[in-house]
Write a protein that binds this ligand. Sequence first.
Ligand code: ATP
Length: 274
Amino acid sequence: MASIHAFRNAPAPGEPSTGRRRAGKLAIRGLSKSFGGSVVYDDFNLELPLGSFISIFGPNGCGKSTLINMISGLAPMDAGDALYDGRTTRETKISYVFQNYREALFPWMRAIDNIEYPLKVMGTPKAERRRRVEAVVAEFDVKFDLAAYPYALSGGQQQTISILRALVTEPEVLFLDEPFSALDYEMTLLMRQQLQKIFMKRRITTLLVSHDLEEAIELAEKLVLLTRRPTRVAEIVDVDLPWPRDSLVTTSEAFIALKRRCLETFWREVKAAP
Ligand SMILES: Nc1ncnc2c1ncn2[C@@H]1O[C@H](COP(=O)(O)OP(=O)(O)OP(=O)(O)O)[C@@H](O)[C@H]1O
């Protein structure tokens, strides 16, 4: 997938970031999608609050990536639409972080230039570009050398660059497709902390696809559990745990009860006859 798409619908230069929780809803209506004769979605409907951290979890191949690809504008729907507080995807400032950071970064650009790149594409003046890059780097508490090229950075550092590049445009909606699945455990836990920090500060509507149920719960305010194909919403679970959440939250009674409930739904759906 061409990573340039990650920067479309970016804000105009100088436009303020969205610091407050956004009102309104993301409304997905009548969404249908098939590949060949294989139906993934057929008249799928979902409503979610903007300004929330939403995780999406479901059986293998149920269409999690396809869903966020369609509602972010990366892939076409066969039918239906997605409206952000009444505005189309094209009218909404969207960023996307891919699972495969190695292919998403430009190898010939230094880390700092990768972060700045979408602002250049948008025609943001140099001084403003520098201000925004510095701001996002400070916010994420980056400790490694941003003058390095991607090949010289660890996986976690490369994915940090991808996330900073997505955030530098000050998006209204941030999509993350299994962003930490290629990272080691320690780095994954650290990245979850960083992502929470950014979310609490900016309140960007965030949609995370995760294969890891603990991760999906740990980060979410709302967890969307999907069925097998043709895919529907099995359940939307409110994750009412206090923020910020460190990794120890996964050992709390409240967390374990939530995980149990999600697993029960998950297994019911996995075992359901196709
Ligand atoms: N471009 C495509 N062409 C043909 N089939 C596709 C395409 N993209 C996705 N599919 C199929 O659509 C279904 C849903 O795929 P998708 O990757 O969205 O599921 P997922 O839930 O994200 O999967 P996973 O759990 O493996 O990450 C799968 O059966 C997949 O093979």
